[in-house]
Design a protein around this ligand. Structure first.
Ligand code: F3S
Length: 425
């Protein structure tokens, strides 16, 4: 790799042995991907993925201690992925025991370390750090050192920032040293689309289903999506950004998409139009039948496929303020129609602490609480990734949660029926 004088000096230990090791890790990581140089990280804040104080993460705590002791901390403040636990989320005695005494015993200690390393603020724990209420929203063209896949795909696609799908820990290393390797999605060439997706549905496609279909088809490639502006319009307003958040997370988790372009909508597609499409790009046509095929292909891995759901999780990635409000309206109306006053399945909506705070300042908060829905800052995946919770019949409209856990996917409309009126789809 070709290094400039400053980078060479860091690597040669002129700014300390620990920083030299951090630089070496970033260089080796880049070399694995054929990067020939490093480029400066330019965003105001960073975002880190490893947010959970799992007992088994001893080497991570040791590394953090070493960095803190040697004063090798990030110049950028950072936000974190969501916390793994929240007392508000229903748990039985055994689950409580597992969470607090076996799994996440180092949470407080780890959060203390994160504060010392440069956490933006005490409650900056969310995967939707780019929301206005949270404040970690990169500018167009910013170079990032993030790794949370749902946040990376959003920052690249909707905000026009530049970031690879890095791995955890490399995110903080890039931030500390102030450089990331130049390859993939930070290059102009790497941002070209090698797939054209033609959306030809007769109604607005479900964000999580469309994203899933595209992710499974194109895998880690960049898709250029045509025909979606017909349903989303050409402005990135709150509702559209919310749609793209959920769509992108599904592309990133059901495949490994780190960037997508939406014709006439996302910043680079608006500016560069079809010149963003690489030569010989492949074509994928999505109509109603294709979405149905994808939906029907999801395996149901519940022990009893006819079980009544014990829990419903919405908000993976975390919900936006707009989403919390519109779901409040939808749940109230559906409950009224069914003659019910409270949701029939214990339901948890998850959102960033800062979004919850804003939501609590609106009249919607009391209305949603009345329906029995719990609002939490938890990461549903962290909640479910243990043998006890894994056995529970959980429903969700998150395709990321479906992919990584035993949760069963339903569309938003089906979820609404199940939680307000009961019964399966
Ligand atoms: Fe966010 Fe956790 Fe889902 S990090 S995207 S809520 S898995």
């Amino acid at each position: 790799m070709i290094l400039n004088e400053e980078q060479k000096a860091i690597l040669n230990g002129e700014k300390g042995e620990t920083l030299a090791k951090v630089m070496e890790s970033v260089i080796r990581y880049g070399e694995l991907f054929g990067a020939e140089k490093l480029i400066p990280v330019t965003s105001k804040y960073n975002h880190l993925v490893t947010s959970f104080g799992l007992k088994a993460l001893g080497p991570v705590y040791d590394l953090m201690t070493k960095l803190i002791d040697d004063g090798v901390v990030s110049q950028q403040k950072f936000s974190m992925d969501p916390r793994p636990c929240d007392p508000k989320v229903p748990k039985n005695f055994l689950q409580n025991l597992i969470f607090n005494k076996i799994m996440y015993t180092r949470q407080d200690f780890y959060e203390e370390q994160l504060q010392q390393l440069g956490l933006m603020e005490k409650d900056a724990f969310t995967c939707t750090c780019y929301m206005d209420e949270v404040g970690n929203k990169p500018e167009k063209g910013d170079i990032l050192s993030w790794s949370e896949s749902s946040a990376v795909v959003y920052a690249n696609s909707v905000l026009g920032a530049r970031c690879n799908r890095n791995s955890g820990i490399i995110d903080i290393m890039g931030s500390i040293v102030g450089y990331v390797p130049y390859f993939g999605l930070v290059t102009d060439e790497g941002r070209k689309a090698t797939w054209i997706v033609e959306v030809k549905t007769t109604k607005k496609p479900e964000a999580q289903l469309l994203g899933s279909a595209i992710g499974m088809k194109v895998m880690e490639a960049v898709p250029y999506v045509k025909g979606l502006d017909k349903w989303l319009g050409t402005k990135l307003d709150d509702a559209t950004c919310t749609y793209l958040k959920d769509f992108g997370a599904a592309t990133a988790s059901n495949g490994a998409v780190g960037l997508y372009h939406i014709d006439n909508l996302t910043p680079e597609a608006k500016e560069q139009k079809e010149s963003l499409i690489a030569e010989n790009a492949q074509v994928y046509v999505i109509d109603d039948a294709e979405l149905q095929r994808v939906y029907d292909s999801y395996p149901v891995i519940w022990k009893n496929p006819d079980a009544q759901p014990k829990l419903c999780f919405m908000g993976c990635p975390h919900m936006s303020l707009e989403q919390l409000k519109s779901w409040t309206d939808k749940i109230e109306a559906a409950l009224k129609e069914a003659g019910n006053t409270k949701v029939l399945v214990p339901t948890v909506f998850t959102a960033a602490p800062a979004v919850i705070k804003k939501f609590n300042e609106t009249e919607y908060a009391a209305r949603l609480e009345k329906t029995g829905v719990i609002v939490s800052y938890i990461c549903p995946l962290m909640y479910m990734n243990n043998p006890l919770c894994g056995k529970m019949p959980v429903i969700t409209s998150s395709n990321k949660l479906r992919t990584y856990t035993t949760a069963r996917y339903y569309t938003d409309d089906e979820i609404l029926v199940q939680i307000t009126k009961g019964g399966n789809r």
